[in-house]
Design a protein around this ligand. Sequence first.
Ligand code: FA5
Length: 371
Amino acid sequence: MKDSAKNASMTDIASLKQELAHQIESARDTKTLEDVRVHVLGKSGQITALMKTLGQMDPEERKTKGQELNALKDEIAALISSQESALKKQEMDAKLANETIDITLSPRPAATGKIHPISRTMEELVSIFGAMGFSVAEGPDIEDDWHNFTALNFPPGHPAREMQDTFFLPDTPGESDPARAKKLLRTHTSSVQIRHMENNKPPHKIICFGRTYRSDWDMTHTPMFHQVECLYIDKGVTMAHLKGCLTDFVRAFFNNDSLPVRFRPSFFPFVEPGAEVDIGYVKDDKGGIRLGAARDGEEQRWMEILGAGMVHPNVLKNCGIDPNEYQGFAFGCGIERITMLKYGIPDLRTFFDSDIRWLSHYGFDPVESRN
Ligand code: FA5
């Protein structure tokens, strides 16, 4: 093929084109087509060899033959490219037709690794609140006094600040506003409410998750724990919306449509009125607990899981929102606590022991479905 091309006279370009076109069209797979391309356009290919002969021609002839050869090269390259696309499509179609996927096979379990129960709960909360139209907001763990306390209507020196044992950090040098200068590890996720309202226009419909820090340590308290915060501000939001949303949330989370939910009046400086929310349970014979309503002869017991209320007008004003136009509710819930209740985990401190045996027992397979 190559020798005949080398010998080809410059006058039979048309018949060369015909011959090459025939070779290209006859290629039945991409490998054969690639061989043709190399024989024609490669370093020692037919057309390349002809191009080399241009150097021996006189200028006039070189000009004419050069144009003819370049046109031939372009046409052949275009033919190869379109044949290549057609062959690739044919090969893909054949592969798809022959390939069968057994959709009855169960997914392969992950070789290693478990989802931590805290992560699992957060995924579930995103799914429950996502279905109610909430989106996820975020804020920093290192906060200032303004976002963690002052904007949330904790006046300076007010005893309510003592409700949350705070880890303070060194002040920000050069900051003249004392509330912004004072740094701390956030004691609750309510600080994210302030950041979100400061930086966005109402209505607000968010949840946020995160680590929170308090100087606490026993079976139900650790110095670092997680909270989920919910904030809904719009025109005409009432306590009835708060009760409906919270009741739906806990019943969905605990998979129990008749789970008793109780609202008790309580004080938080950033809400008015404020409430603590309890869910009902009974003690069973073996010393364990069963979430739900008491049956005949059983004692109905209550467990506090979160704090809630209608956002205080002072908080709205601190974030530039007119409380006569917008109202809303907020609540904050300890994630470890609801996870312990749902999965029967007795000691909160074990969440953070990093014991692989604990995680193998309480953790979730990554491909396991949620229920
Ligand atoms: C608050 O932190 C309020 N910010 C909640 C709130 C938000 C009220 C919006 C009103 C409106 P409280 O201090 O009660 O409230 O904490 C809320 C939950 O965090 C508790 O119910 C508990 O589940 C959890 N919690 C508190 N301290 C600890 C701790 N040391 N370890 C583990 N969980 C804790």
